[in-house]
Design a protein around this ligand. Structure first.
Ligand SMILES: *Cc1c(COP(=O)(O)O)cnc(C)c1O
Length: 432
């Protein structure tokens, strides 16, 4: 599409947008009494207006029924987690019995590694992306240490080449091939939190399988952002959080996917708890763990209903919007943003912004990361003062995520451009 950087053009794109009305389903935070331009849905998604009712229903049922709510609440709490499998399966491209909502992300990463990282003296290495999210690095470090290895030796980080910002798939594949004798697991992000690069999950999984190891993915920045086909791609396992693109509130419940060839195998080792026990005899309280032969068999505890009620409010909206339409709009929003950033560079006496997110729309989600070549922090603060909520990452990256559910082309156009004229002015003043 040929873009123009002016308000009429942006409004024209908004008029044609089938998802336009979804913005009204969310509370948009105010800055100085005016609706902000909220570009941090990759960090904490906005609150749906329906969330309060979903949570209040559970509070009412708790007040009315006490323990009997496990059976008699409008959404009985005993099988509460079962209400999520269909909608989550649609979001990540899985079968319903391959997914479950439970715990939180880092917890789930550990639980999945208990099952899928079982190193031997010969095969103990893990391939992951360089600059993975810190929590993932700590999880990996503590897992390899637990098994008696050390990080430097056991964890192979794949980095972009010198002078590049993104990791080449071919470099991931050649590392898998080169280390296959000593490899135990490939564990990658889906979309890198810093650069916004969307990795080729299918190709990475194929390579891992060729090397005889499992492939797992942390989809914190991918779930609800890009289209996934985890089952079809034969991905072994994955987990994600629900408070970023999935708008389910701070600290919201995480999601887990385990391919059915593993999920249906109750003899796979795992850390067990009563909620993973066969449903028909869970309350007979027998000795000896027997797993549910689905992803539910990895559950430890009964469902955190209040936080999951918020998750349900959001998943209903995703179901209505559909991932295909969201993905198409996400691509268009990020392309439009990149076009405008390019214009800002061209209008400036010197280049201000290096976009470090892949230019190919199939290799990114809706996040665009800008490496600020000059006065980044001041520009970031100026944007914030003018109601543009973006995200700062040291040393000098501004992350901006126009989210298809509630951001508009107008958000990207006028406001970022007009307000970014401030950045040009600030910059010129500073350099004068
Ligand atoms: C946001 C994020 C986390 C956060 O972990 P929690 O356990 O939910 O606090 C972990 N990993 C990645 C890749 C993330 O983007």
């Amino acid at each position: 599409m040929k873009f123009e950087n002016n308000l009429d053009f942006a409004k024209h794109l908004d008029d044609k947008d089938e998802l336009k009305s979804f913005r009204d389903k969310f509370y948009i935070p105010l800055v100085n009494g005016k609706e902000s331009i909220y570009f941090t849905g990759n960090s904490l998604g906005l609150q749906p207006k329906t969330t309060q009712d979903h949570i209040l229903n559970e509070l009412e049922d708790w007040a009315n029924y006490g323990v009997e709510g496990h059976f008699h609440a409008r959404n009985p709490w005993m099988p509460y987690h079962e209400k999520f499998s269909g909608q989550l399966a649609d979001i990540v491209g899985a079968l319903p019995h391959e997914v479950v909502a439970m715990n939180q992300l880092t917890v789930n990463l550990h639980l999945l590694m208990v099952t899928f990282y079982r190193p031997t003296k010969q095969k103990y290495k893990i391939i992951c992306e360089a600059k993975a999210f810190p929590s993932d690095q700590y999880a990996l470090e503590s897992q390899v240490t637990l098994h008696g290895f050390n990080y430097e030796d056991a964890v192979i980080e794949i980095a972009p080449r010198q002078g590049e910002y993104n990791i080449r798939t071919e470099d991931i594949l050649s590392a898998i091939e080169a280390h296959k004798e000593s490899l135990a697991l490939v564990l990658f992000g889906g979309v890198n939190y810093y650069t916004g690069q969307f990795f080729d999950l299918k190709t990475i999984t194929e390579a891992a399988h060729k090397a005889g190891v499992a492939a797992g993915f942390d989809l914190a920045h991918a779930a609800g952002n890009v289209e996934l086909q985890l089952h079809e791609w034969e991905v072994d396992f994955a987990c994600w959080c629900s408070y970023k693109y999935l708008n389910s509130g701070p600290g919201g419940v995480s999601g887990v996917y385990i391919h059915e060839r593993h999920a249906t195998n109750p003899s796979l080792p795992r850390f067990a708890g009563w909620w993973g026990y066969k449903k028909d005899s869970r309350f007979e309280m027998h000795k000896g763990f027997e797993a549910i032969p689905t992803a539910e068999g990895w559950q430890l505890s009964n469902a955190p209903v209040l936080s999951m009620a918020a998750h349900k409010a959001s998943l209903d909206i995703f179901e209505e919007a559909g991932m295909a339409r969201l993905r198409a709009k996400g691509k268009a929003l990020s392309s439009y943003l990149m076009f405008i950033l390019n214009e800002i560079n061209e209008d400036s006496p010197e280049k201000l912004i290096e976009v470090i997110t892949p230019a190919n729309e199939n290799e990114r989600g809706c996040q665009v990361s800008m490496l600020m070549l000059k006065d980044g922090k001041r520009i970031f603060e100026a944007l914030k003062k003018h109601g543009v909520l973006a995200d700062w990452r040291e040393p000098n990256v501004i992350r901006v995520a126009p989210v298809p559910l509630y951001n508009s082309f107008e958000d990207v156009s006028t406001d970022l451009a007009k307000r970014s004229n401030h950045f040009l002015k600030i910059n010129l003043t500073l350099s004068a």
